[in-house]
Ligand binder design. Structure first.
Ligand SMILES: CC(C)(COP(=O)(O)OP(=O)(O)OC[C@H]1O[C@@H](n2cnc3c(N)ncnc32)[C@H](O)[C@@H]1OP(=O)(O)O)[C@@H](O)C(=O)NCCC(=O)NCCS
Length: 174
């Protein structure tokens, strides 16, 4: 497995990312096909886009990506928006905002996500990182805590009864 950060996906990488994203659609809460984009805030109340996951992928494909590759196959990706102003926090935080992560189910539990985060940190020294997830995503939460992220904001019941949105940040000097 090797890891690379790219600001411009090749056609092969694009289709690998798209395939992983589509296959994982319903693992997300809410599903990605019910969202209009990667930074949408009204996750529970907004109408789903007519074109399903296409709107989400179109945004993601324009972002930067860390790829986990086995030869030319994309086994996992971590998309991020460099130098994003995260205005969900008070005060807003300038950060590399990790918008989406998917690892091929056949490759999970091998530390690929942790390694993609480490690739991001070492490629972007001096930059804070942030992400959000839902409170039942125990696999992602375990990784975030182990990598030095701290809980910055909880939006209770934001994704349904008992399903909170949680924002985590890792400051540049962590
Ligand atoms: C979340 C996800 C990206 C993790 O990918 P991964 O490469 O398997 O992650 P890693 O191997 O780096 O780490 C997984 C860790 O979570 C832990 N874990 C897995 N399931 C868990 C659970 N239900 N409860 C607690 N910890 C769990 C594992 O034990 C492992 O920790 P360890 O290394 O200390 O043993 C992957 O499961 C995935 O693609 N899920 C669907 C999409 C998603 O939820 N993306 C994140 C939200 S943006």
């Amino acid at each position: 497995m090797f890891y690379q950060l790219t600001y411009d996906l090749s056609e092969t990488e694009r289709s690998g990312v798209s395939a992983l994203l589509s296959a994982a659609d319903h693992e997300f809460v809410p599903p990605l096909s019910a969202r209009r984009g990667t930074t949408q805030k009204d996750l529970l109340t907004a109408a789903a886009p007519a074109d399903g996951i296409a709107a989400y992928f179109a945004q993601l494909a324009g972002q930067a990506c860390v790829l986990a590759m086995e030869e030319s196959r994309v086994c996992g990706f971590l998309s991020f928006i460099p130098d994003h102003l995260l205005d969900a926090l008070t005060p807003p935080l300038r950060c590399d905002y990790v918008s989406t992560i998917v690892v091929d189910p056949a490759c999970r539990g091998r530390g690929i996500t942790a390694e993609m985060y480490r690739t991001l940190f070492s490629a972007r020294p001096g930059h804070s990182a942030a992400t959000r997830t839902w409170s039942q995503n125990h696999a992602h939460l375990a990784i975030l805590r182990r990598l030095g992220f701290a809980l910055a904001l909880t939006l209770a019941d934001d994704r349904g009864p008992g399903i909170d949105t949680v924002y985590y940040i890792r400051t540049a000097d962590a």
